[in-house]
Every structure is written in structure tokens, then in C-alpha cells.
Design a protein around this ligand. Structure first.
Ligand code: NI
Length: 409
């Protein structure tokens, strides 16, 4: 093995050297979570960390989110690493000393871990560059974005020029269904296109004893939900996955009065555009039918959430190779089916090729609860694994002959 082949292990050691700092960062963010669009202190904290290490940084357009650049000013394209920063309006139920100190807000989706892992990769790449470990020049950008959960942050950062000069992009998301020290990768569709659905039913209110004098929006809502759940799946090709769920229903104040309106909120998630369009069309048709028989007016509004994350085959393979080298092939798994969850990383991938992988984060012998649950936690050894894969992938992608290969394609 020549000196030149030593860099992956040496780079791993620079990640090991910042493991404690990643844990400290993750725990700080976990203790002080901020919801989407309010990541002021989170931004300040990360900005401070990056500035203290001499990075060139700038914040996002709304003062939220941070972008840091590698010291090397290569003329070629950069590779970007993305982390998200927002927490969720969920009460932390854990009994650990780094549990959330903010009432009703917690990092239940692991974005604190994403920020720590990308910070770790950035610190390690910078240290490795300065100590001459890297085999060739690397040029990268770390994007810490706000507001992933509300589908705003990626678009804001793109508008602020986060993708200028970027030729490829990588991200990770913690996955509690996999043990720490393993990852999942998938080329092509990884997540669903998520649409938010709002259904306003207008009737006319009256006395509960005389429903025939009213146009009951609650009765219409009940019919409508049943009709959605029957008609939408029955009119779509089952080989094209779509799921519709009503997650919120609000109507009425008194047990003995019929209200004049009901509001339903839900989501339609799909893995391809044809099925998505057909599902939305069916929702409208069903609503028209129920409006007619119930004598109510039904107004349907869809708001598009993130489109599907479409992972680039070449970059997914790059992650796979880096993960196999680091962890061994038996710890690197192909993801058989896309998730019906969403991720606004999709917006970047509409503009540059990239790949998002799943980072195993459950601990041995512990019950790890799912994402978005009040007991969610991560095995912090996953931070080092994620940072090492990202850092290795940045270096491998920057290998000079890779670009020559692409140029002659
Ligand atoms: Ni998430």
C-alpha cells in the first residue's frame, strides 16, 4: 500500500478526533431545539463553531441556516453536503441529561444528528487538507438549512445561491430501523411526493334535534372520509403507490348543535406523477359527489410539499462504495422500497445530481422508537459513521480522473 492509499484511514482518524465535538454539538442542539423557520440560536451556534475554525461562512436569506466553504478554491465544480436544522412540536419524553429544555419542542427527526455529522465531516476534511493527508485537492460546501419539515428551507437556500458552482450533493438521514454502524442506500426514487390537502365543508348549522333543517358538515365529513378511503385506492392502479390520510378534523363546539362548517386536513403521497395527478383528481370528484348528496359546499385545496427524492445512480454507488470500504459489505444494505415519507432535499436534486442515504442509528439492546416520537434518540456512534462516509465520498468524488471520465462521456 502506498502513502497515497492511506488517506481513507487517516481521514477516518481525523473524524475520530472530532467525535467528542460532534456529540457535544448534537447534545447542545438536542437540548435547545427550534422549530422550522425559527432556527435563530441553532444558526448562531453552528456559525460560531464554523467561524472559530476559520471557515468562510454566510447565513441564509432570512438569517437562518449557514453555508460554509472549503478553504481550497478549486476552479472545478464543488460537492455539497446538506444538513437540516429544525426540530418538531413534540414534547420530549426522554430521561437523559441532554433532553430538550424547550416545552413542547424536540429534535424528534434527528436533524441535530445531521447537523453534527455534517459539521464533523467539514472539520475533518479541513483538518485533513491542512495536514496534507488528502491525495488531491477537494472543493466542497456544507449547507446547514432551516425549515426542512415545512418544505421551505431547501428552496430558500437554493434562492440564496447555495447550489452555485455545485456539481453534486450528498445528505444523510438517521434511520432508527437500522442499527448504528449500518446504512441503507437506494438509487432512484427514495421518498414520496407529499401533497398537503385541506378540505373545507360549508353547510348550515342548526339544532341537533332537527337535522333536516340543517345541512350537516359533520355528516358530510364522515361520508367524505369513508368515500376517500374507498374510492381513491379503488380507482388507482395498485402497482402505483399512493396513500391518502386525513390527519385532522375540526368541527362543532356543542353536543347538541350542528355546526356550519368542518375542516379536514390530510396528505396525499405518491411515488410517480401520473398516480399523483389521478389521486388528486379522484379526491375532487369524490368531494363533488358528497357535496351533491349532502347539500354542502366542499372546497379542496392542495399544497405541494416536497417532490420525491430521486437519487442519482452514480452518486448512490459512490456512497455505497465508501460505506462498504468503511463498514464491510454486510453492513451496507440496499433499500428495497421507497419510503412514503418526504424530504425537501428533493428540491436540490431537481437541480443537481445527488444522493441521500439512511444512517442506522439504533443502539444495541435498546428499544429505539421511530422518527417523530417523544422517546426518539440516536446512538451517537452513528455520527462518526455518517461523517466518515460523507468525508470519504467528498474526497473520492474530487479525484481528478473522475472529472476527466465525465468530460469524455
Ligand atoms: Ni427528517
Amino acid at each position: 500500500m502506498t502513502d497515497k492509499d492511506q488517506w481513507p484511514r487517516q481521514l477516518d482518524r481525523t473524524v475520530d478526533a472530532v467525535q467528542d465535538r460532534m456529540v457535544k454539538t448534537r447534545r447542545h442542539l438536542h437540548t435547545h431545539p427550534e422549530v422550522s423557520g425559527e432556527e435563530t440560536e441553532t444558526t448562531r451556534y453552528l456559525e460560531g463553531q464554523l467561524l472559530s475554525d476559520g471557515f468562510r461562512v454566510r447565513t441564509g436569506p432570512s438569517g437562518l441556516g449557514v453555508i460554509a466553504e472549503s478553504a481550497g478554491n478549486g476552479s472545478g465544480p464543488k460537492i455539497a453536503l446538506r444538513a437540516d436544522l429544525d426540530a418538531l412540536p413534540i414534547q420530549d419524553a426522554k430521561a437523559v441529561d441532554y433532553r430538550s429544555t424547550v416545552q413542547g419542542v424536540m429534535h424528534a427527526c434527528g436533524h441535530d444528528a445531521h447537523a453534527a455529522a455534517v459539521l464533523g465531516a467539514a472539520l475533518a476534511l479541513d483538518a485533513a487538507d491542512k495536514s496534507g493527508i488528502l491525495p488531491w485537492p477537494v472543493s466542497w460546501r456544507a449547507i446547514f438549512q432551516p425549515a426542512e419539515e415545512t418544505n421551505q428551507g431547501a428552496l430558500e437556500m437554493i434562492e440564496a445561491g447555495a447550489l452555485d458552482g455545485v456539481g453534486a450533493m450528498l445528505a444523510l438521514h438517521v434511520d432508527p430501523s437500522r442499527p448504528a454502524g449500518t446504512i441503507g442506500h437506494r438509487s432512484g426514487v427514495l421518498t414520496a411526493h407529499c401533497d398537503e390537502m385541506r378540505v373545507l365543508i360549508r353547510g348550515s348549522g342548526g339544532h341537533a334535534a332537527r337535522p333536516y333543517e340543517s345541512r350537516d358538515p359533520i355528516a358530510a365529513a364522515a361520508q367524505l372520509i369513508n368515500a376517500f378511503y374507498v374510492a381513491v385506492p379503488r380507482s388507482l392502479d395498485p402497482r402505483h403507490t399512493v396513500v391518502l390520510t386525513v390527519g385532522s378534523i375540526a368541527a362543532g363546539k356543542r353536543y347538541n348543535a350542528i355546526p356550519d362548517r368542518a375542516l379536514l386536513k390530510g396528505t396525499v403521497r405518491s411515488l410517480d406523477e401520473d398516480a399523483r395527478g389521478r389521486a388528486m383528481e379522484r379526491v375532487r370528484e369524490v368531494a363533488e359527489g358528497v357535496a351533491r348528496v349532502s347539500g354542502t359546499e366542499i372546497e379542496i385545496t392542495f399544497r405541494s410539499g416536497p417532490p420525491s427524492v430521486l437519487n442519482d445512480p452514480g452518486l448512490t454507488d459512490l456512497i455505497r462504495q465508501c460505506a462498504v470500504d468503511l463498514l464491510g459489505a454486510d453492513r451496507v444494505h440496499h433499500i428495497g422500497h421507497p419510503s412514503m415519507g418526504g424530504d425537501d432535499f428533493a428540491h436540490y436534486l431537481n437541480r443537481v445530481p445527488g444522493s441521500l442515504f439512511r444512517l442506522g442509528c439504533s443502539g444495541p439492546g435498546t428499544t429505539t422508537t421511530g422518527l417523530h416520537t417523544p422517546d426518539f434518540d440516536v446512538d451517537e456512534r452513528a455520527l462518526g459513521v455518517g461523517a466518515k462516509i460523507l468525508a470519504r465520498a467528498v474526497v473520492r468524488w474530487s479525484e481528478p480522473k473522475t472529472h476527466e471520465k465525465e468530460a469524455t462521456r
